[in-house]
Structure formats: C-alpha cells, structure tokens
Design a protein around this ligand. Sequence first.
Ligand code: FAD
Length: 485
Amino acid sequence: MTDSSRAIVWFRHDLRLSDNPALAHAARHHDQVLALYCLDEESAGAWTPGGASRWWLHHSLAALAATLDEKGVPLVLRRGPAERVVPELAEQEAVAAVYWNRRYYAWGVAADKAIKRMLGETGITAESFNGTLLREPWETRTGHGAPYRVYTPFWRAYQAAGTPAEPQRRPARVTGLVRPPASDRLADWGLLPTGPDWAGGLRAAWTPGEDAARRRLHAFLDDRIGTYARDRNRPDIDATSFLSPHLHFGEIGPRQIWHAVLAHEQAHGGRSKGSETFLKELVWREFSHNLLFYFPGIFEAPIDRRFEDFPWRQDADALKAWQRGRTGYPVVDAGMRQLWETGWMHNRVRMVVASFLVKHLLLPWQRGEAWFWDTLVDADHANNASSWQWVAGCGADAAPFFRIFNPMTQGEKFDPDGAYVRKWVPELKELPTKWIHAPWTATPQTLEEAGIRLGETYPHPIVDHAAARARALDAFDRIKRGASG
Ligand code: FAD
C-alpha cells in the first residue's frame, strides 16, 4: 500500500531548491518529501564523473544537504544502479510518487524510462519535469519536423518561440519524512581525492553550491555583462560568467539566468550587445543538449561519418605533452595548465588546445574529450562532446576541418600582452611580449636574458606549425577523396 502523503524527489543535475520543478511539485502535492541522491557509477560506464567533477559533486551535495536541512528535510544518499535503488526505496518507504527533472544522455534516458515502467507496475506514480533547459529538445524542430543541425536557425527559432518560462520560486514549505530512511555518509563515497592534494587549485578557484551560483550570476551582471561582447574572447581578462560548473550540476537553472538578464536589461536601458551575446551562449548550451538528445552516440562516434576513416595517429608521448602543458606552444600550454590547476579553461583557449590536439598532433578528438571529462569541473555530457566534435570538424554545424588555428596568431590576438601566458607558464615570465607566443623565434641573447633555456626550462615546439598544418590537410584530403571516390 502506498501512502499518498509521501513522495520522493530524486535529485540529479538539479542540485538546488529554487526553480526546481520536481521539488516544487512534490512540495505542493505531498505532506512528506524524501530527498534522494543516488550515486550510480555503473550505468554511466566510461562517462561516470571524472576527478574534478567528483570533487565538485561532493561539495555541491554537502551544500544541498545543508540547505535542505534548514527546512528539516534530510538528503538521503544511496549508492548503486538507479534502476535498483530508486524502485527499492520507493517501495520500502511506501511513497505514492517519485519526481525528477529530466536528463538527456542515452543511458540516463534509458534508465529513467525503465524506472518509470517499474514504478508504474507497483502502482507508484513517476513524473518528470524540465529543470535543465529553457525548452525541451522536442519543442524546437525545423519546419519539416526534424531536429536542427545548424545553430543560427536554431537561435532564430528560440527567439520566435518567445520568452522562456519564468523560474519557479523555492518552495516556502517542504516537510521531510517523519522517520527518514538511513543515508550513506557523503565522506564514505570517496569523491574527494586521496593522496597528493591536487584539489587545492579547485578550492582556491571555486565555491560549489546554489548560493555561490547565485553570487556568481549577480557579480557577472553587476560588473561584466556590459563588456562581455567585447572581452569574452580574452583569456587574460575575467570577462565571462564562470557559471558553467554551476549550470552543469544544476545549482542554477537557465531560466533563472535568462530572467535575471531580462531584469538587468530592464533596469539598464534595454538589450545591449553584451546581454544579447550572453543569451546566445546560453542557447549554444541548449543547442548542444539538442544534439546530445538526437545524436546519442555523440560521445564516441563522429556525427559526420566520413571521419570514421580518419587516419588518426597514436602517440602516447605527444598526448602526455599536451595533457601536461609541455608542447612548446605557450598559449596551448597555458590553457592546459589552467585546466589542471583550476578545473576550468577559457573558451577561446579550449578551442585552440582542442584544435592543436586534433590537427597539429593528429590525435583522435575522443582522447581530448576524455581528458577534459576527467579534469574539467564543468565536464558536461552535452557541451563537451559537441564542442570536441565542433572543433574536430566532424560535428553538426562544425568548424571546417581545414580551418586550422595558428597558436601564435591566436595568442597575439587574444592575449596581446602575454599576461595569460605569463600567469600559467611562469618560466616564460621574463620574455618580452614580442616573443611570448613563439619563444623559439627569440635570439639566444633574449632567451638568456629571460632565463630561458629551450629544451631545458621550456620545451622546443613538439611539432613544426607549417609541417603539422600540411600533414593535417593531407589527412583530411584522404578522407574527402575516400568519400567522393
Ligand atoms: P560564458 O561565456 O559566461 O557563457 C555562459 C554559459 O553559456 C556557459 O556557462 C555555458 O553553459 C554556455 N556556453 C558558453 N559557451 C558555450 C559553447 N561554446 N557551447 C555550449 N555552451 C556554451 N562547456 C561546458 O559547460 N562543459 C564542457 O564540458 C565544455 N567542454 C568544452 C570543450 C571544448 C573543446 C570547447 C571548445 C568548449 C567546451 N565548453 C564546455 C564550452 C565553453 O568553453 C564553456 O561553456 C565556457 O568556457 C564556460 O565558461 P563560462 O561559464 O564563463 O561561459
């Protein structure tokens, strides 16, 4: 027998109380709410959260538990396959309903469908909501009813559909179960690194949790949205919102951000170039989720099937040099070290380092995707896979493969004073700006004065730019010829 006064809210990528439709619904319709988080490492296989994400998850769950606690609702933690844990707990606690906000990657969708079916068979209601996106993927289709594969018409369709729904308030009242079930101890899950404390840089850079997410948003609106359009490509300036990990873990939702931007515009004379550009980036996130939903193999398989035959190289030393920020190309190395230290990298630099791996080193984009998955605090099912495919030229609406970023000119253009390189590659700190993005072109005397010994204190370039470029174009020509032959 189920008890109609009791329901489970199953938290996943929505670790917040405000604008949480599943929680709001449960609070409105049930007297007692069981808040559940299930750590399911088995269903995700290789895409279980990486090291940096696990660090974030630990702290985000601690923050969520503390906020729920203030309302008298304990967060119950369980570990194991969700398809076993959720139905078992629902039955054991005799709840009438289980609510959650949807996810969009294949194994999540499959598990949710199976759980819905299992719950239904035992007379328990299962209902899902949209807590992650401005609009569901199936709400935005082309005139022929197909999913969009190109961003610009997708953005136009979003604009034509009008203002996204308003965010929901956090429930004024939620009550926990009178006798809640036992919970795992968060500390026992081992989400935090053991051994050397590599998380020091993460701690210094970030505060996970709903309150911190809200503070980030308001700091961005107060200080940076006005200059966002001009400066967002500059890695040497803190010009962007830094909301990506908060969005990934659902500590803040896109509707909250969208409406906060609208309120800001209203108070500051209407739409500006900065706010428009920022909203467009939020819609890139929606576009990526759209691709993830309609191309469920996006993690491993290129959307453009010609790339299945691409002659990728295998080179463990080159991969290691890239991962460690020791390629000899300063802007690439700065980005990879920023990533290792803080779990985040500037978007422009992500494009440069990704292009470097795929085109200069001819290593498979999946290797880079996996490294980002392990090291990014914002490692995201939709954004990571679709961005890697975009850079590699094999995704939907991707940058063409033959457009190869030149790391020197990218550095000169977007880090004009070399401040970004000097911060993350301190061994080049004393090099005058003229050579900071290509130290091998400096005279021996300049290098000596800057305290640099190429090959010792800083590597020689791992590949020659012009030769690597020619090799990549040749490889691309081969798959093009293969496709047309
Ligand atoms: P802002 O510029 O302030 O943008 C606001 C929000 O818009 C971001 O938080 C993000 O949710 C969204 N957004 C911005 N740019 C993009 C984009 N190009 N594609 C999709 N959404 C975007 N982003 C992730 O969130 N997780 C990832 O795993 C991820 N992997 C990437 C891998 C590669 C190779 C590349 C080139 C980009 C990747 N991005 C990823 C996209 C982008 O780099 C980050 O979203 C952005 O740098 C986050 O910083 P921010 O929050 O300050 O962004």
